[in-house]
Design a protein around this ligand. Structure first.
Ligand code: DAH
Length: 368
C-alpha cells in the first residue's frame, strides 16, 4: 500500500467514528470510568504488597485510568468537562486510598502480621530425596558389607605411582596419555584419578592380608560426553587378597552381588578381557534386553550392558605393593555406579544423572 493510500484511508475512518459514534461512546466511557471508581472504592489493601499492587494498578505509569484520558477526544464536546471531572475523581480517590493506607500501615507496628491468619497450618516444606547415584552406591556398599567387605575411601588427586605405575600400567599405555587423563595444571606428575583402582594400591601398601575392601568414589576422564559416557562419574572398587583366593571365588562373589542388586533372575556373563593390573581379566555384562530402539542403542545391539571389569590381581601388582605373591593371591573388580543405576532404573542417558532436573530426581523419592 502506498503512503498516499494510507493517508486516504485514515481520512475515511476518523470522520466516520466522530460523526456516528460519539454519543454512544461517551455513554460507554462514562460507564467504564464510573466502574473503575467503584472498584477503587471497594479496595482496601491489607499489607505493603497489596498496597504496591494497588499503586501500580491505579497510579503507576501503566495504570488503568490512563487510557481513558486519551479517549477525551471521542467524547462529545458538551460532555467533556464532566468526563474530565470524573477522571480526576477516579485519580483522586486512588490517591486518597493509597495515602491513607500507607499511613495506616506504617503506623501499625504489627503491619507485617496484618491479614495473616496465625492459626493456619504452615506451608509444607518439600522434602528432597537421595540422588539415584547415591541410592545405588548405598545399595552396593551394603551388599558387600554383608559379606564381610569394609569400606575404604581415598584421595581424588593422585600421583602416577598410584594411578598407573603400581597398577602395572606400562609407560606407553594410552591411558597415561593426556587426552584420557586430567593432569593438574603445571604438574604432569599429578592428576585427577581416572579409576578407583588407585585405592587398591593404598590399601595393599598399608595393610597385610587378609584384605577385603570396597572403595566407592568419584573418578575423572577426558571423555566426550554422550548418552553412555561422562567425564566425571563414580566407581566402586573391590579387592580381596588372602591365601588361596581363586577365580571361582571371584565369580561367585560377583554373581552374588548381581543377584542382590538386580534380583534372583538376573543374567550375567563374563567375557575375557585385559587390564594391566589383573591376569586373567574379565568384563562382566548384565542382560538389559533388546526390545526397542533404546535397548539397541544402550547395548550396542547386543542386549548386554557391561557393568564391571575384574580379574585376579597380577602378581606384579602384589609385589609392587609389598605383598608376597607366592603366598597370597587375590581378585579385584571395579564398576561404574552410573551404569548400575542406568541398568536398574532403565535410564537411557547418563547425562540425566548429572543435570539435577528435579522432575527426573523426584522419581527416585521412594527408591531404597
Ligand atoms: N579400573 C578399571 C576401569 O576403570 C576397572 C577395573 C577392572 C577395576 C578390573 C578392577 C579390575 O579392579 O580388576 O576401567
Amino acid at each position: 500500500m502506498s503512503s498516499f493510500e494510507l493517508q486516504a484511508n485514515r481520512h475515511k475512518i476518523i470522520p466516520l467514528r466522530l460523526i456516528f459514534n460519539t454519543e454512544l461512546m461517551s455513554a460507554e466511557l462514562f460507564e467504564k470510568v464510573r466502574n473503575i471508581i467503584s472498584q477503587i472504592e471497594s479496595e482496601s489493601p491489607a499489607d505493603a504488597e497489596a498496597l504496591e499492587a494497588f499503586r501500580l494498578r491505579y497510579l503507576g505509569s501503566k495504570n488503568t485510568i490512563k487510557p481513558f484520558f486519551a479517549e477525551m477526544r471521542s467524547v462529545a464536546s458538551e460532555d467533556r468537562k464532566a468526563y474530565g471531572q470524573l477522571l480526576n475523581e477516579a485519580k483522586k480517590k486512588a490517591e486518597e486510598i493509597f495515602k491513607s493506607t500507607q499511613e495506616a500501615l506504617s503506623s501499625d507496628t504489627d503491619s507485617a502480621l496484618k491479614g495473616l491468619d496465625l492459626t493456619a497450618p504452615g506451608y509444607p516444606i518439600p522434602l528432597g530425596s537421595r540422588h539415584p547415584v547415591s541410592v545405588v552406591m548405598q545399595q552396593i556398599i551394603s551388599i558387600f558389607q554383608r559379606i564381610g567387605f569394609t569400606v575404604v575411601e581415598n584421595r581424588e588427586i593422585e600421583d602416577e605411582w598410584h594411578n598407573f605405575t603400581a597398577l602395572n600400567t606400562p609407560e606407553d599405555h594410552p591411558a597415561r596419555d593426556m587426552t584420557d587423563t586430567y593432569y593438574l595444571k603445571g604438574d604432569l606428575t599429578r592428576m585427577l584419578r581416572s579409576q578407583t583402582s588407585t585405592v587398591q594400591v593404598h590399601v595393599m601398601e598399608s595393610r597385610k592380608p587378609p584384605i577385603r575392601i570396597i572403595s566407592p568414589g568419584r573418578v575423572y576422564r577426558n571423555e566426550t560426553i554422550s548418552a553412555r559416557a561422562h567425564a566425571q562419574f563414580h566407581q566402586v572398587e573391590g579387592l580381596y587378597v588372602d591365601e588361596g583366593v581363586s577365580f571361582a571365588d571371584m565369580k561367585q562373589v560377583i554373581f552374588h552381588f548381581a543377584k542382590e542388586l538386580y534380583g534372583e533372575d538376573v543374567k550375567i556373563r563374563l567375557r575375557p578381557s585385559y587390564f594391566p593390573f589383573t591376569e586373567p581379566s574379565a568384563e562382566v555384562d548384565v542382560y538389559w534386553g533388546l526390545n526397542n530402539e533404546d535397548d539397541y542403542r544402550m547395548t550396542k545391539g547386543t542386549g548386554w550392558l557391561e557393568i564391571m571389569g575384574c580379574g585376579m590381581v597380577d602378581p606384579n601388582v602384589l609385589e609392587m605393593c609389598g605383598i608376597d605373591s607366592e603366598k597370597y593371591s587375590g581378585f579385584a573388580f571395579g564398576m561404574g555406579i552410573e551404569r548400575q543405576a542406568m541398568r536398574k532404573y532403565k535410564i537411557n542417558d547418563i547425562r540425566l544423572l548429572f543435570e539435577n532436573d528435579i522432575r527426573f530426581l523426584e522419581q527416585f523419592k521412594n527408591a531404597l
